[in-house]
Design a protein around this ligand. Structure first.
Ligand SMILES: [Zn+2]
Length: 476
């Protein structure tokens, strides 16, 4: 029988890469499919794995199935191509459009990082090299092939798949894979990342359809566990958010929101528009400071079929966010710097979401020392990042080599997450038509994965295991 090997996102939340080989563990020459091909991010110990060759040569992999356009799922594709992969990368057309901005940006950032280390001459690698550059990232896009949600795709006589909605981000999907080997048929379900369930009050501002596909069948389930040991607050964050913005404006301050340029920024823009139109917050200028955010808005409008009824209603009534009065999109760095001149209350959304780089740095360097201002975090802040330092209540933070005192009010909301929490995951798993033979948990820190394993075993009576990095498991 076939096997699965976990080449990433096992023991950590990044680097998603799961290999399916239609031969048994000792066999050679099977058809090989990689489900996701993400980059390792975060601690150095994991990032260094981006530089190690795969245990299987890239040119022996026949195809990639991509669940969605987050870098920890797609960011290693250009490197795979660089190492000799020449097969198709199957993804939804919305994921392909998003990869078209995310991967070149990733190549560009890696070139910049390598140049920075070379300038400081403090790299262990002399000279420091990018994992891939902008041109290589753009080149990898030609291998992408669109597969629509629900469309069956036969990859070889033994293996076929279709995408079903995951409701995580625009274009996100799960991969339902059918294997036929030795006269036996097996269903494999790779969840990718799983979006939140259908509750628009506790998970508001959804841009894409809420709730993953229900009524699944699987012999083997490979499931994410990012929030395996955490729960989202179950109160609507919007009244508190509106009050924070109103109070900041009343004292003459501005609001700064660090947010990833793709998806999170768009989601937040729609929430602000709704709050503004319903009179819950004043009509202050809103600056979305990122060239990527502009391109991402265009992709959202192109794929309106994925939008929630609330988002469709806002688009129908008010048109494109790029045209909303009082909403400004900064493309050039000169436009970005001009936002610093805004002395009246305004709202600035900029990236990176964890303040590890990008234009948000100069906005925070300017606005953090003033107690009239407010900084609102709407995304996860990984330990050690500048975002986590600011969020922790630290009195100061280092930005561009300078110590910046933190006097602004700091607030954080956890409800804007794009990941289902354990009660939501259980709600979804209870819709399954059968009990999978084995469930392997991936894409979680060890404590999160093991707690979710225990919860699923207790609540559902399923056979659940936490996947280990490089572990091979037979599909039987
Ligand atoms: Zn994701």
């Amino acid at each position: 029988m076939a096997y699965i090997q976990f080449l990433g996102a096992a023991g950590t939340v990044t680097g998603s890469k799961h290999l399916i080989n239609t031969c048994d563990v000792n066999g050679k020459g099977g058809f090989q499919v990689l489900v996701d091909c993400g980059m390792f991010q975060g601690p150095k110990e994991w990032r260094e794995r981006n530089w190690q060759p795969l245990p299987v040569p890239a040119n022996t992999i026949d195809a990639v199935i991509l669940t969605h356009a987050h870098l920890d799922h797609c960011g290693w594709i250009p490197r795979l191509v660089k190492e000799g992969f020449r097969g198709p990368v199957y993804a939804t057309s919305a994921s392909i459009d998003l990869c078209g901005i995310i991967l070149p940006d990733s190549g560009h950032l890696q070139e910049e990082d390598a140049a920075f280390y070379n300038k400081r001459k403090n790299s262990k690698h002399n000279p420091a090299l990018p994992l891939y550059n902008l041109e290589e990232a753009e080149d990898s896009l030609k291998y992408f092939q669109a597969v629509q949600i629900g469309e069956f795709k036969q990859l070889s006589p033994e293996i076929s798949f279709r995408f079903v909605p995951a409701a995580h981000i625009l274009g996100s999907s799960m991969a339902e894979i059918t294997l036929k080997t030795n006269g036996q048929m097996r269903q494999l379900l790779f969840t990718g990342d799983i979006g939140r369930m259908r509750n628009t009050t506790v998970a508001p501002g959804r841009v894409v359809h809420a709730g993953p596909q229900e009524g699944e069948t699987a012999d083997v389930l490979v499931m994410e566990s990012t929030y395996g040991n955490r729960q989202h607050p179950d109160i609507d964050p919007r009244p508190e958010l509106a009050e924070l913005i109103r109070k900041t404006v009343q004292r003459g301050g501005s609001v700064v929101v660090p947010a990833f340029a793709v998806e999170r920024t768009q989601k937040f823009l729609f929430i602000l528009k709704d709050l503004m139109e319903s009179g819950q917050i004043p009509r202050i200028p809103v600056f979305a400071d990122s060239p990527m955010a502009i391109k991402a808005v265009q992709i959202f409008l192109k794929h309106e079929e994925e939008c929630t009824p609330d988002t469709c209603r806002l688009i129908k009534q008010f048109g494109s966010p790029l045209q909303w009065p009082g909403f400004f999109f900064a493309s050039t760095s000169a436009e970005s710097k001009r936002i610093n001149d805004s002395r009246y209350p305004c709202l600035i959304i900029s990236s990176s979401g964890m303040v590890t780089g990008g234009r948000i740095q100069h906005h925070l360097a300017q606005r953090l020392p003033d107690p009239r201002n407010t900084v609102i975090f709407i995304g996860f802040q990984a330990p050690g990042t500048r975002g986590a330092i600011i969020k922790s209540g630290a009195p100061e933070v280092k930005i561009f080599g300078d110590i910046v005192p933190i006097r602004a009010q700091i607030a954080a909301f956890e409800q804007f997450s794009d990941h289902a929490d354990p009660p939501e995951l259980l709600q979804w798993l209870r819709t399954f038509k059968n009990k999978p033979g084995t469930t392997y948990l991936v894409h979680g820190e060890p404590a999160a994965s093991s707690q979710l394993r225990d919860t699923m075993t207790k609540e559902l009576g399923w056979n659940v295991q936490v996947a280990q990095w490089l572990q091979k498991v037979e599909v039987n």
